[in-house]
Design a protein around this ligand. Structure first.
Ligand code: GLY
Length: 378
């Protein structure tokens, strides 16, 4: 694949076709496979990647167990030992309690250092199962099989794993790279519209932060994306994963600031989720409004003009995403933003654009400007 392939919008990935790229991390590198409607092949793909596989621990979101989890358990069970752990859908499963249950179950299942955790579901399952894999027996292998658009383009790639604390999201975790990621666009068919559209917020984010041509292509293909046209969705996923893989290869543990660009819109977004009450907005919806606020902050700091803000708003809206929240309250949101992981010595830092396709990590302690950006999206 070359970098401009995604610009054509041609039907490049019909049923059963596969595309592949690699996260280049030396000995911790791994392939990401994007395929259309070939769930039957997943067991073989995992076996090919991990030929010494004898024991699989399938950790599956309850909502997709029947359709996507059970066939895997059957397949892995044919030639080895396979155990299934079901996780209730939703953010509360990313808790210490669930993690404790999962660790105990792994022990009871006879897991050892040759066992492999297979995470099947969205970001909640991927983060929880990933953290269990990172910590059980000081770390065992992990395969990510994301079934939501959001986890396909973000959480399944790059090795961030973890759980929430009562005081905040993702505050305990580890970097633990998977051995393999397999993305099958067929799984998106069982995703509800709201969940799917939330994933589109992260897709749009990639165009805004790193690839102006991709942003143009998204503008031209918004209708096809909303209609979940397989080839268009697969091409979008592949492009997002290519961008994420490159960013992660540059800055695996988020030390240089490069990886932080993936958090465009997330400082406002996390504060929106927390102050609205978890569950009011999906993560993707909160990120969409968060990007709207971040763009307004960037504009008031003279970093971008009106055109950026308008194009971003128009594309988000075309993809069925919100750009406003009438109840947004700066007094409630700013204290949450001060607990963001990007805060350095009490100084708030934001990922802000300079143009479509480029963002920077910027320190900003101007409360009036931050509050005005929030109020501008009410
Ligand atoms: N979700 C942001 C990252 O993986 O760094």
């Amino acid at each position: 694949m070359n970098d401009t392939d995604h610009l054509t919008g041609e039907n490049r990935l019909p049923q059963g076709r596969t595309d592949e790229l690699r996260v280049e991390l030396g000995g911790r590198g791994y392939p990401i496979i994007v395929q259309c409607d070939a769930w039957d092949s997943v067991v073989n793909r995992v076996r090919q990647s991990l030929p010494d596989l004898t024991h699989t621990l399938v950790v599956c979101d309850e909502a997709v167990r029947q359709r996507w989890g059970n066939p895997l358990v059957e397949g892995f069970g044919e030639t080895g030992r396979c155990d299934l752990f079901t996780v209730p859908s939703g953010e509360p499963s990313k808790s210490l309690e669930s993690l404790g249950r999962l660790w105990d179950w792994m022990l009871a299942s006879g897991a050892d250092r040759r066992s492999v955790v297979i995470a099947v579901g969205g970001g909640v399952v991927g983060d929880l199962a990933g953290f269990a894999a990172a910590t059980y027996a000081r770390g065992i292998r992990l395969v990510q099989l994301p079934t939501t658009l959001l986890s396909m383009v973000d959480s399944s790639v790059g090795g961030k794993t973890g759980i929430n604390l009562a005081g905040g999201k993702n505050l305990v975790g580890a970097f633990w790279q998977p051995s393999l990621v397999v993305i099958d666009t067929a799984t998106l068919r069982t995703l509800d519209d709201r969940g799917y559209r939330g994933g589109l917020a992260e897709v749009i984010k990639y165009g805004l932060i790193e690839d102006a041509d991709f942003f143009d292509w998204l503008e031209a293909n918004a209708d096809h994306l909303l209609a979940r046209r397989d080839d268009v969705v697969a091409r979008a996923i592949m492009t997002c994963c290519r961008i994420k893989a490159a960013v992660v290869a540059d800055d695996e543990r988020e030390t240089s600031g490069r990886r932080a660009i993936l958090n465009y819109g997330h400082t406002f977004g996390h504060a929106i989720e927390a102050t609205a009450g978890y569950g009011v907005f999906t993560h993707g919806e909160a990120v969409a409004i968060g990007m709207a606020m971040a763009a307004r902050l960037a504009r008031s700091l003279g970093r971008i003009g009106d055109e950026f803000v308008a194009r971003q708003d128009v594309l988000l809206t075309a993809c069925g995403l919100p750009t406003r929240w009438p109840e947004a309250d700066p007094q409630a949101m700013v204290p949450v933003m001060k607990k963001d992981k990007k805060v350095a010595h009490a100084l708030l830092r934001f990922v802000l654009p300079t143009r479509i396709g480029h963002v920077e990590l910027v320190a900003c302690d101007s409360l009036p400007e931050i509050e005005a950006a929030i109020l501008a999206c009410r």
